[in-house]
Design a protein around this ligand. Structure first.
Ligand code: PMV
Length: 314
């Protein structure tokens, strides 16, 4: 049996504004992964979505079934015939939580299928395959999720441009706190679009400022000035509230993290639920995690954002 995996991700700065061409910064979350296992079997490709308790033959799956779509795109890209195999997918990532679960599953499945067929594909090709499936999940995705997950490195991302991997001069800790409220990115993105169409000048200014925050965040991370990163995250959260994608439950988590000594905190991903992130120094990590739980987080994870990102782990 062969296994490949892919990490989750968090957006540090620039969600939503990235859809309108502004830069954003995202980092992989090494400890939360989607995994795809594949082994020889008979009768075609059998796909098992273990967490959902579903399994089906590739030939019977509808076009919009995301795992089947990814498998078909991958086979087409490799000009390979459907293998006789059983492909089982598991994910440690919460679904609809802004942590990139859909893209992580796609990347893990593409990697497993490619390896099973004896091929190799680089991050760019895998990211492109996953992007096609992101369109099924999200409608008009910027491409940031599939990019950071396929590269497994912190990335500075502008829609339509090659992602830039940048230096992380000093490692820093992030806490990721799950509100337990499902976050539907597609709906959050549509809501922002409607409000932006009604108040274009105002939203253009919000997006421009969010882009400046992403640029400033990249500079502070490259310079190793982590203390200066906190206020940038705080201001990004204020802007996301102004876009209308926060919720009282998310604001409460953000406020509790700051009150317990986080350097900065914000919602991450599409919003309207999902997760918040808090930037913490190691001495305050446990206290901030406890404060987040007290404020209603159903799960709290920690991740260390490191120099050079992460070596790809399969
Ligand atoms: O909710 P997530 O993790 O899928 O992140 C979406 C990020 C957005 O900027 C809101 C949408 C996008 O396509 O970039």
């Amino acid at each position: 049996m062969l296994e490949r995996s892919a990490p989750g991700k968090v957006i540090l700065c620039g969600e939503h504004s990235v859809v309108y061409g502004r830069p954003a910064i995202a980092v992989p979350v090494a400890g939360l992964r989607a995994r795809a296992q594949i082994e020889p079997a008979r009768g075609g490709l059998r796909i098992v979505a273990a967490d959902l308790g579903e399994e089906f033959w590739l030939r019977d799956a509808p076009v919009e079934q995301p795992l089947a779509a990814l498998a078909r795109l991958t086979l087409e890209h490799l000009t390979a015939a459907e293998p006789d195999a059983r492909l089982t997918v598991h994910s440690e990532l919460p679904i609809a939580a802004g942590l990139g679960s859909g893209a992580a599953v796609s990347v893990a499945v593409a990697r497993a299928l490619v390896a099973f067929l004896g091929h190799e594909l680089g991050a760019k090709a895998v990211s492109t395959l996953a992007y096609e499936v992101e369109k099924i999940h999200h409608g008009t995705p910027s491409g940031i999720d599939n990019t950071v997950i396929a590269w497994e490195q912190p990335v500075y991302f502008v829609k339509g441009a090659a992602p830039e991997v940048f230096t992380v001069s000093a490692p820093f800790w992030l806490l990721i706190a799950n509100s337990g409220i499902p976050s539907l990115t597609r709906e959050a993105v549509q809501g922002v679009r409607q409000r932006r169409d009604a108040e274009r000048a105002c939203y253009t200014a919000y997006f421009a400022r969010m882009g400046q925050l992403a640029d400033a965040a990249r500079q502070t991370i490259s310079a190793g000035d982590i203390t200066a990163l906190g206020p940038l995250l705080d201001e990004n959260h204020t802007l996301l509230r102004q876009l209308g994608v926060s919720l009282p439950a998310l604001d409460r988590l953000v406020a509790s993290a700051r009150a317990a000594g986080a350097l900065g905190a914000k919602l991450t991903g599409g919003g309207m639920g999902g997760n918040v992130i808090a930037l913490v120094c190691v001495e305050r990590k446990a206290a901030v995690a406890e404060a987040l739980r007290q404020a209603g987080a159903v799960q709290v994870w920690e991740t260390l954002v490191k120099e050079d990102g992460l070596p790809p782990r399969h």
